[in-house]
Design a protein around this ligand. Sequence first.
Ligand code: AMP
Length: 504
Amino acid sequence: MSRHDSRSGDPGSYRDRKSDGGFGGGASYRKEGSRKEDSEGFGSSLPKQDFDGLTPFEKNFYVESSAVASMTEDEVEAYRLRREITVEGRDVPKPVTDFQVVGFPDYVMQEVLRAGFVEPTPIQAQGWPMALKGRDLIGIAETGSGKTLAYLLPAIVHVNAQPFLAPGDGPIVLVLAPTRELAVQIQQETTKFGASSKLKNTCVYGGVPKGPQVRDLQKGVEIVIATPGRLIDMLESHHTNLRRVTYLVLDEADRMLDMGFEPQIRKIISQIRPDRQTLYWSATWPKEVEQLARQFLYNPYKVVIGSIDLKANHAIRQHVEIVSENQKYNKLVKLLEDIMDGSRILIFMDTKKGCDQITRQLRMDGWPALSIHGDKSQAERDWVLSEFKAGKSPIMTATDVAARGLDVKDVMYVINYDFPGSLEDYVHRIGRTGRAGAKGTAYTFFTAANARFAKELIGILEEAGQTVSSQLAAMGRGAPPVPSGHGGFRDRGRGLGGGRPWSK
Ligand code: AMP
């Protein structure tokens, strides 16, 4: 018996998945596992799964409401245009323009109404009907776009239509995420929105004792949110299994690939039945991300929010100053003197060592700074994050571990003390401010060593209507850098006008 009655059924079959070629037209579908297995030894002891003779399951829960059905093609197109939604795939459903017409069951609607949301975000408006139809989905959307609920609410509907967990069963929904921070955030949303149907979840990530996670897994949880390494660990030691997983989410796939998780992802997916529903999320769409999608998704929809070209959030004021490496610290202090008003300030550095050094120096100089990076224990990272979120330590320095996925409300300023290794990271880092309709400001130190990024950075600044300084413009044309003189930061400040390097 399922937890809740579902409304319609169109169970996909394993044979369909194996024999059909359909990835967005043209490209061929490759059988899972046909690529060379990883050689790193991650998960090498996991057993081969036998997927023959599996019990079919239900995954299509979408019934288009009459209000949605009555939208004309022109109206659909106008809506998508207005909300910057681009779609690909066969039989794309019309978007749902408000919560009432999605057809969510009451137990989901209760939570949505309780949250006080006014309307679906673009990714939700288009992603919900797609996901509820039980089809695979590629979503190109950033953290902050409401994508967690775009996959989570359909996941909750999915779980509630499946038979109850039996002793020894693993989860029904598996969400893979690149970092513990993102995993914990997803778990918080899961706990909140799964509450009314009493769904149990757990978060499985490294750097903390396994005991409590093992106990949760053994008790039985419908939804597991995991980082890849720790999940493999749990699978190898038989604390859980993925035989019941029928709804798989890969969140921030680009980030997971950047972090080298591809072998682990392959290993994990090899343990999951092929007729599962897979939802694949990424903020960007580079080749490697697309290749992985081609292998593991079947006949997916693709929905892109905004432009696939790299774009910064227009609610963020971006300032870039050309500096030399040894000017940075003094300029940082001057900047802090100028902007510090108790708002949260996130400062990005390249290295853990740099992060520690600058943080120590700042603290010696009396600034309330704490730091978060991959070498810190989980307990310390949790504590630092909570101090920052609570505003007790308004300055946080971080390596890119905090660049994506963190949803800290009210970060007013992002400072790139070191320029990141890619323009994508730049956009994601500064995207920690200007969230959920707020305004934000980003300051970036740019040195001669960063010259190769000048041209693309100028493109991003111009697209967002920001001022490009003459020094940066010259670097974009290949001229040698001219660091701004002394006092560049002191001159610039909130709301101060007139010819200062940072002011618009
Ligand atoms: P995400 O992109 O999933 O990280 O979501 C960013 C934030 O937006 C989270 O705090 C969500 O709770 C919130 N959110 C999600 N959906 C909506 C919505 N429809 N309206 C307003 N806020 C939302």
